[in-house]
Design a protein around this ligand. Structure first.
Ligand SMILES: Nc1ncnc2c1ncn2[C@@H]1O[C@H](COP(=O)(O)OP(=O)(O)OP(=O)(O)O)[C@@H](O)[C@H]1O
Ligand SMILES: [Mg+2]
Length: 259
């Protein structure tokens, strides 16, 4: 929840700025096309419409992120768990992002034997979209983005790594990037649009699904690793939680709220 006036002011100014930039661009290109339609060649018209499409996508992402934050904070967001194959879902996300970043090289190194994970499918896709989109946004065209899936060194977890060859993140900023509205100040980030919500939402969702997220970075690029529990461990966690709940209610410790 937004608590102080200062936080509320910051929130409104970030949102207004983020909304205004794509809207101004959409209006500008639409006006130019309307006023100079006959003077524009087909290539320019196509380019302008592509910009309008990109900026509209940016607005949709922004609104989706805002709604996610709101739901996450109000605990209204109930997750619907399903047993899924991570490789197949990641492949779908890559196909979608490839369309927006056609000049990056997307590679996959999937371990085909990884066990099923128990996750909310939409949220899992949202996590992967945020990480793969960041990898694309904060690296140059022509570089590689590699998604690796494997068994984790911690038992009963699947490891998913998203590696890029981009601008990198300093170790002192590792904690900051996962907080709400935080964007690192460097010349590239200044040129790239973003609300600073993606990683905050990603971390919150990973933790809600009993997973872990970490980051490593150096001059050659950045790797985000997500660990998600396999079907097995998730069932054990749930059983342990419900046993604890029963013991608590028997001893009268709970206030009657169901989870
Ligand atoms: N792969 C990466 N390489 C370098 N810097 C990154 C990478 N991913 C994130 N960052 C830095 O962390 C900041 C926070 O990332 P986050 O995804 O939360 O926000 P955003 O990308 O700026 O906006 P949004 O995701 O809400 O559109 C970014 O602004 C950028 O400075
Ligand atoms: Mg982002």
């Amino acid at each position: 929840m937004i608590k102080t006036d200062k936080q509320q002011e910051d929130f409104i100014s970030t949102v207004s700025h983020e909304l205004r930039t794509p809207l101004t661009s959409i209006r500008g290109f639409a006006q130019t096309m309307l006023s100079s339609w006959d003077g524009l060649d087909d290539e320019s018209k196509k380019k302008f419409i592509q910009i309008i499409e990109q900026q509209s996508n940016r607005l949709i992402n922004l609104v989706e992120n805002m709604l996610s934050v709101n739901k996450l904070q109000s605990f209204k967001d109930k997750l619907i768990y399903k047993s899924v194959n991570a490789n197949a879902l990641i492949e779908t996300v890559i196909q979608f992002i490839k369309h927006q970043y056609p000049n990056h090289n997307f590679e996959t190194q999937f371990n085909k034997k990884i066990p099923q994970i128990l996750v909310d499918t939409d949220k899992f896709q949202q996590i992967m979209t945020n990480l793969i989109e960041n990898a694309s946004k904060y690296s140059n065209e022509g570089t590689n983005i590699t998604v690796v899936t494997d068994f984790s060194s911690s038992p009963d977890y699947v490891s998913i790594k998203v590696k890029d060859e981009g601008i990198g993140i300093k170790e002192e900023d590792f904690d900051k990037i996962f907080t709400k509205f935080s964007r690192l100040d460097n010349p590239l980030t200044r040129k790239i649009q973003g609300s600073g919500l993606g990683l905050y939402i990603t971390k919150t969702l990973v933790q809600k699904m009993n997973g872990k997220i970490s980051v490593q970075s150096n001059d050659n690029g950045t790797t985000f690793e997500v660990l998600l529990p396999t079907e097995n461990v998730e069932t054990q966690l749930k059983e342990a939680k419900s046993k604890k709940q029963k013991v608590k209610s028997r001893s009268g410790l709970t206030k009657g709220t169901a989870e």
